[in-house]
Write a protein that binds this ligand. Structure first.
Ligand code: DX5
Length: 221
């Protein structure tokens, strides 16, 4: 069963609570909050206060995608705000193994993610302590970018490596440029979680219609 997560980066920020509820009502499996600091990526977005505000409104997991330098400074704050899973970029963590351990010691799930230009070898030594690996299929920082097809081979190699390690249950999530065309491609490559922002939140159709279309593109998967 493929999980669909809504990234609120493309939601209407003036109606963030409503938009999160719409995504939950549409049947998404989690909501991803893209936290950006203007340093690691050239954009600034949400703090822990937004997670605290959203927490009582939805029942689905709230997942934090940290696109910030030194994310270890904010792990406890976002966990206390109600986050169920914290995902850190390998590129921002001098002590990646310890940071992932710290997340798990908070009693929540730990994920690692890597930019399109970062090889899988950079996360080889932490594959056994993560709850998921998120592969970026755009350069992080903004929604609405084009999918980088060259990352499909990385997804296939990652699935093969996780299976070789006996980690068949470690899911691969894909973030960036996911829509009804690219979603089947990444699932065929071995992903079981897709994260979509602008293909869910846009003026072409409702959130419910967009989530339904994404789910339909994955029929029988
Ligand atoms: C990094 C963000 C985006 C977002 C999804 O920029 O992580 O990838 O979640 O945005 P879309 O689905 O619009 O590419």
């Amino acid at each position: 069963m493929v999980m669909i997560e809504a990234s609120i980066l493309s939601a209407d920020f003036a109606r963030l609570g409503e938009q999160a509820c719409e995504a939950e009502a549409a049947g998404v499996d989690a909501i991803q909050v893209d936290v950006m600091d203007g340093c690691f990526v050239p954009n600034i977005t949400f703090g822990a206060g937004v997670v605290r505000a959203l927490r009582p409104l939805v029942h689905v997991p709230l997942e934090i995608h940290f696109m910030i330098v030194e994310p270890e400074r904010y792990l406890t704050e976002f966990a206390d705000a109600g986050a169920n899973r914290l995902i850190v970029h390998q590129e921002t963590c001098a002590h990646l193994y310890r940071i992932l351990q710290s997340i798990r010691e908070l009693g929540i799930e730990a994920g690692v993610t890597l930019n399109p230009g970062t090889p899988l070898s950079a996360i080889e030594e932490v594959l056994d302590i993560v709850d998921l690996v998120q592969v970026m299929t755009v350069n992080p920082g903004f929604g609405g970018q084009s999918f980088i097809h060259g990352q499909l081979d990385k997804v296939r190699r990652l699935r093969q490596r996780l299976d070789e390690l006996g980690q068949q249950n470690t899911p691969i999530a894909i973030d960036g440029g996911i829509n009804t065309t690219t979603a089947p491609l990444v699932v065929n490559a071995g992903a079981t979680i897709i994260i979509a922002g602008s293909s869910i939140y846009n003026d072409r159709a409702s959130v419910a219609e967009n989530v339904t279309a994404l789910r339909a593109s994955l029929t029988n998967r």
